[in-house]
Structures are given as structure tokens and as C-alpha cells.
Design a protein around this ligand. Structure first.
Ligand SMILES: [Zn+2]
Length: 214
């Protein structure tokens, strides 16, 4: 639905119409999306349906559109002319001819002083804290030695098996109170050392479901 509102394009100063639509992009949450119908398949379909202008701003390889149209004709399917690959810019004024990286930096340089943009790296998963202070879960096969630090359990001693006679008393990790489990020797220097009592969290286990089903 066309809201009748417009916003100002931060680079060109053009007035751009604001539409509301019934699809959601998780990464945007409740924010506004700048549609680029020539280079996004959904935006392309939206623009065609509502008769909005489709302006190509990324160059396509020679004959790209002809091939797409021929394919669509051969398969009797709808043609989606959105070009979603990276290439040099066209119809973009001062940014024409720049490749993806160059255009990224050039636009950032324009927008940053106006406080309209900020360079940011987004992570889906960064450091992954997989240890838990509890009994259940896969033991982390590490030994903490006063002299050598954290030492992996030798391969022939794997797997580290949890004791089965544990009675959780609701106070912390019960593994800590089982000397037969905790006390061991360092595989590197042979001195007394302590077994890691944290266990892996459920993400680790659920990452291996496929193996169980096999
Ligand atoms: Zn050691």
C-alpha cells in the first residue's frame, strides 16, 4: 500500500515513495528497507506488481537480459530481470564505474560525515560459549594442569565418560564433588591434575542429531 509519504534519498536527494508491504526481513526487524528492484528478486516482483520504476544501477554482463528472457520463454515461466550479482555501478552519477568495494567505501565517505551511515561488521555467530557448569552434557575432554595449562585428553583415553552415580544437590556442578572424576594425571608432565568439569551445552549435542538418525 502506498502511504503517500516520501523520504529523501540520502545520496541523490531524490524523493522516494514509502510503501508498506506484508513481508518481513528478519535482519531488518521493524526498520525500513530501501528497495532496489533492479537488483533484488522480491523487490523486482513488488515493483512490477505495483508499477513502480525499476532503475538499473549495477552493470550486467553482455547479453544477460536477452538470455534471461530466452530462458523464461523456453520454460514458459515469468521473467525476473533482477540482477543480483556484484558488478560495477551504472546510472549512479559520481559512483559510476566503481566496483562493489570501491562503491561501498565511496558511499560511506559521503554518508558518514552527515551521520547517515556507519561502517559495521555484523556477525551471526561470533565467540561461541559452549561450556556449562552442570553434570549432564558431553564432557569437555580437557585436563587442567598447574604446570602445562589446559591439555587435551590423549586420543586413546577418549571418550571421557561421565560418572553415573551422581546425585545433584542443587548446588553448582556435582561433577566438582566427585574426586574419582576430577583427579587425574596430566598427559604432558605426569603430575596430578584436574579434569575439566564443565560440559558442552545442548547446541553441541543438537549439532549431531543427523549422525544419530543415520
Ligand atoms: Zn602438566
Amino acid at each position: 500500500m502506498d502511504t503517500g509519504l516520501t523520504v529523501t534519498h540520502p545520496l541523490t536527494g531524490e524523493e522516494v515513495p514509502v510503501w508498506v508491504a506484508n513481508y518481513v526481513l528478519m535482519s531488518y526487524g521493524s526498520g525500513a528497507v530501501m528497495a532496489v528492484p533492479a537488483h533484488d528478486e522480491r523487490d523486482y516482483e513488488f515493483a512490477v506488481k505495483y508499477d513502480l520504476p525499476i532503475k538499473q544501477v549495477i552493470n550486467t554482463p553482455e547479453g544477460y537480459f536477452d538470455e534471461l528472457k530466452a530462458d523464461a520463454k523456453a520454460n514458459d515461466s515469468e521473467v525476473n530481470l533482477a540482477y543480483t550479482e556484484r558488478n560495477t555501478l551504472v546510472n549512479s552519477g559520481e559512483f559510476d564505474g566503481l566496483d562493489f568495494e570501491q562503491a561501498f567505501e565511496a558511499m560511506l565517505a559521503k554518508l558518514e560525515p552527515k551521520e547517515l551511515a556507519k561502517k559495521k561488521i555484523q556477525y551471526r555467530l561470533r565467540d561461541w560459549g559452549v561450556s556449562r557448569q552442570r553434570y549432564w552434557g558431553c564432557p569437555i575432554p580437557m585436563i587442567n594442569c598447574e604446570h602445562c595449562g589446559t591439555v587435551p585428553v590423549e586420543e586413546q583415553d577418549l571418550p571421557v565418560v561421565l560418572p553415573t552415580d551422581v546425585v545433584p544437590d542443587g548446588r553448582g556442578n556435582p561433577l566438582k564433588n566427585i574426586p574419582e572424576f576430577v583427579n587425574t594425571t596430566c598427559p604432558k608432565c605426569g603430575n596430578p591434575a584436574e579434569r575439566e568439569t564443565d560440559t558442552f551445552d545442548t547446541f553441541v549435542e543438537s549439532s549431531w542429531y543427523y549422525a544419530r538418525f543415520c
